[in-house]
Design a protein around this ligand. Structure first.
Ligand SMILES: [Zn+2]
Length: 448
C-alpha cells in the first residue's frame, strides 16, 4: 500500500488549491447555517458568508481562540454554541484537558470520525504501515480523540491495535504479541527502552520496526537519540481534538498537512497577517468539509497557540503533494528573556547533544528567576544523570551553552555581561521536580 487515498494525496497543486477553495466556500456556508456561534458571528461582524470565496479571504475574518469556545458553552451560556448538529446526530462528546480551567467541549458525528480517521490512515500508510502490522498505542484513550482515531484508522488499513493507553505496559505485551510498532511520546519511549533493557530485552532485538511519536514537540536531537536507542526510525505526528492530524512520511522532512480536510494558515504574532513560507508563525486552522458533508463541530480561523513554519508546498519525494510543516512548538512553552524568545525545545536540543547522553537520562527541567534589585535573570537547568558522581558536568554544560548560543546568538552578549546567569544542576534519576507533579510535565517554568 503506497497511499491510502492516492487521488487526493498526490493531487497536483493547482487542483488541490481549487478543491481547498471549494471546501472553504462550502464550510463557511455550512457554519453560517448550522453553527449557532458562527451564525451570530457572521452577523455581528457584518460579514456575508457568500463573500468568502477563497482561502485568502479567511484573512478578513476574525481569529477565534480556545477562550472563544469556552465563552460559548456552559457554564457561560446555556447551550454549546459551537455544536453544529442536533443532539441525535452526535456520536461522541469530547473535552480537551484545559490547562486554563474549563475544558473545551467538542461534538463529533460519525462523519467527523471518518474524516479524522482518514487523516491518520494516510499518515500511517505514508510511514509504511499496512495489513499485518501490530501497533501498541500508548496514547491515552480518554476524552481526547487521538488514540481512538488511530484505532479507527487501523481498521481502515487492516492492522491490529494493542490499546494500552500508556507506555507503562508490562514487557510481556512485547514478548507475547510481537507488536511491530509503538505509538508514544519521545520521553516515554526512551523510558520504555530503559525498562526493557533492565528486564533483559534489547529494544533493537524486540521486533519493533518503527515508532510513532506525537503529543508534544521535541528537539531533533532527542528524536535522533530515540532512533539510536531503538535502532529504528521514529516518525512524528501532530494531532489534536480540533482536527489537525499531520504526519511525517518516511522521507522525514516535515509533517504533511491533509490540506483537503484542514486548512492551516500561519499568522504573525499579533494575528493580523499571514507569514511567508519558511517563516515561523501561529497555526490558525479551519476545518474543511467536502461538499455535502456534515459536521458536529467545525472551526474557522481557530488559533491553536502552536507555532510552526511551512517547509514547502512542492511535491515530496514520497509522491504526496500536500504541504509539509516543521514540528510544531507550543507558544505556551516559549518564554522571553529580554525580548529573546526561548522555547523549551531550544533547551532540550542542548541537553540531548550526543556526548551528553553518555551521562544523562534525557529528563530535564529549567526554571527562570529574576533578581528585582540587580536585574539579573537566572536560568537553572536541572538534568537527571545516571551517576551524578561520574557525570562530566563541564562537558554537559559546555554542550548546552554552545547549542543555546548557536540557536539564540543574541543571548550571548547578556550572558557575557552577567545580565543572564545560567546554572546547571545534576540530580539522580527520579530527582526532578516534574516527577512530583501530575499531568503533562512542564519542563520550562518561568518563576519571574
Ligand atoms: Zn512525503
Amino acid at each position: 500500500m503506497q497511499y491510502f487515498n492516492p487521488e487526493t494525496e498526490t493531487m497536483p497543486r493547482d487542483a488541490l488549491d481549487t478543491l481547498i477553495d471549494e471546501r472553504v466556500r462550502y464550510t463557511v456556508r455550512y457554519a453560517a447555517e448550522h453553527s449557532p456561534f458562527y451564525h451570530t458571528w457572521f452577523a455581528r461582524n457584518a460579514i456575508d458568508p457568500a463573500s468568502i470565496r477563497e482561502h485568502e479571504d479567511l484573512l478578513e475574518l476574525p481569529v477565534i481562540s480556545g477562550s472563544t469556545i469556552r465563552e460559548h458553552q456552559p457554564p457561560v451560556t446555556n447551550e454549546f454554541l459551537f455544536k453544529s448538529a442536533p443532539w441525535d446526530d452526535i456520536y461522541t462528546i469530547h473535552e480537551t484537558s484545559g490547562t486554563s480551567g474549563t475544558p473545551k467541549s467538542f461534538f463529533l458525528m460519525w462523519d467527523d470520525w471518518q474524516r479524522y480517521a482518514e487523516k491518520y490512515a494516510r499518515t500511517f500508510v505514508s510511514q509504511g504501515f499496512g495489513p499485518g502490522d501490530r501497533v501498541t498505542v500508548c496514547a491515552s484513550y480518554g476524552m481526547n480523540v487521538g488514540a481512538n482515531t488511530m484505532t479507527l484508522a487501523a481498521h481502515k488499513i487492516g492492522f491490529t491495535v494493542i490499546p494500552e493507553g500508556k507506555c507503562t505496559f508490562p514487557i510481556r505485551v512485547i514478548q507475547n504479541y510481537h507488536p511491530t510498532a509503538i505509538v508514544g511520546s519521545v520521553f516515554k519511549l526512551i523510558r520504555l527502552a530503559r525498562r526493557m533493557e533492565a528486564e533483559g530485552m534489547d529494544p533493537k532485538e524486540s521486533g519493533i520496526a518503527r515508532l510513532i511519536v506525537g503529543g508534544e514537540s521535541f528537539a531533533d536531537e532527542s528524536r535522533a537519540y530515540l532512533d539510536e536507542v531503538w535502532g529504528i526510525p521514529a516518525y512524528n505526528t501532530y494531532g489534536s481534538t480540533e482536527g489537525t492530524m499531520c504526519g511525517e512520511c518516511t522521507a522525514r522532512n516535515g509533517l504533511h498537512v491533509p490540506e483537503d480536510l484542514v486548512h492551516m494558515d500561519l499568522y504573525d504574532p499579533d494575528l493580523s497577517s499571514f507569514v511567508q513560507d519558511g517563516k515561523s508563525g501561529r497555526i490558525v486552522l479551519t476545518t474543511l468539509l467536502p461538499e455535502g458533508a456534515r459536521s458536529g463541530n467545525l472551526l474557522i480561523n481557530y488559533d491553536t497557540e502552536d507555532i510552526t513554519e511551512v517547509i514547502t508546498r512542492d511535491p515530496c519525494p514520497c509522491g504526496r503533494t500536500h504541504m509539509r510543516v516543521k514540528n510544531p512548538m507550543r507558544d505556551a512553552e516559549t518564554i522571553h528573556i529580554r525580548d529573546i524568545p526561548i522555547n523549551r525545545v531550544d533547551i532540550e536540543a542542548g541537553v540531548f547533544q550526543r556526548e551528553n547522553m553518555e551521562y544523562l537520562s534525557g529528563e530535564y527541567e529549567a526554571f527562570i528567576y529574576s533578581d528585582e534589585d540587580t536585574g539579573t535573570i537566572t536560568m537553572r537547568i536541572s538534568m537527571e544523570c545516571h551517576n551524578p558522581d561520574t557525570c562530566d558536568n563541564k562537558l554537559v554544560e559546555e554542550n548546552i551553552l554552545s547549542t543555546l548560543f548557536r540557536q539564540k546568538p543574541s543571548l550571548h552578549p547578556i550572558y557575557s555581561d552577567g545580565t543572564l546567569e545560567i546554572l546547571f544542576n545534576v540530580v539522580q534519576d527520579g530527582g526532578l521536580e516534574l516527577h512530583r507533579l501530575k499531568g503533562r510535565p512542564k519542563r520550562l517554568i518561568d518563576r519571574r
